[in-house]
Ligand binder design. Sequence first.
Ligand code: GLA
Length: 389
Amino acid sequence: MTDQNTNEYPEKIKKHFRTVYQQTPLIVRSPGRVNLIGEHTDYNMGFVLPAAINKAVYLGIQKREDNEMHFVSFDMDDFYQTDLQNITHSGKLWPDYILGVVEQFQKAGAQFTGFNIVFGGDIPFGAGLSSSAALECASGFAFNELFDFGFDKWQIALMGQAAENQFVGVNCGIMDQFASVFGKKQNLMQLDCRSLEYTYIPFNDEGIEIVLFDTRVKHSLASSAYNDRRAQCEKGVNLISQHHPHVKSLRDATEEMLLNHVKPVDEEIYRRCHYVVSEIQRLLDGCEDLKKDDLESFGKRMFETHAGLRDQYEVSCPELDHLVDLVTGNPSVLGARMMGGGFGGCTINLVKREGVQDLIEEITAGYKALTGKDVEVYLARIEDGTSKL
Ligand code: GLA
């Protein structure tokens, strides 16, 4: 199991910053996230139920005398440098998450001078725990603090998303950046992605662990398939809105509308939209379960979500399906499903604490036997969102 102790990172970053730049940095922590239920609903204006976790990006920042930007990735042992007048794609992805946020801040009127960055952290890359959103939000929060720009939390989250959409080129919704910025220890957040209103829901983890099984795969079609799914949902909305002009997103659609106006035209788009419309309702029902402390019922819905993502939305992959199949029927497991965009990354499992060790051993062996690969296991604890340390 991976060591959950993250405390060494801020010190490591500070030390490295002094070595590279001979300055003392301001340090920002921005976490990754889990999502209990409500997958692929954010860009359909539905609801999501994420929480920030005990894995984070730690970013050190300090001003420079010139107009240059110097970035060091501590974990990748890599460096990138450019200047504020020259924001173009770096050609190696990781600097683009920071550059995209700079660009958004500039569009919003922020006047930068040069700065130095060192960042690192313990969110596994490509595991579907939103390491990229965490880096975007760490950057935005750090710029805001260092230059005293005065943006609020929502502006930081939304500019992070815009950076991902416009600069990185993934048409993601708002869930990941929201979760990273607004996370609250021991609380889930029910976010209405249309109104952007949210409520904190205390997560009673007495006797329960949130266990993440990481497939250690990320299939290459992940980001193009993500954009394709989003386009298919929009197509479904177009088909319906010809008959029901008030329908602006799948949030406004009903199963009946899908049957009448989408199914006869395109069976595949119907399946995609049907998954989304049922998932929005499933989340609302799941939140009622949580209010009653009924994790058994909540867990069953997680399995239903997985089936929908696998069979209707078709964003799962054999490795994720194996991990869910392996825990199905295990008396310690209340619920399990693939999490995040799909095509790799982690499953999220609600597990009775007394059964966790046995489960891990069983799944580790079972996954190896089925795939030949080693599963990675993380115990997620719900922590606060982005902050200055
Ligand atoms: C990725 C995206 C999110 C969300 C999920 C699926 O994590 O970044 O916006 O759409 O996939 O729920």
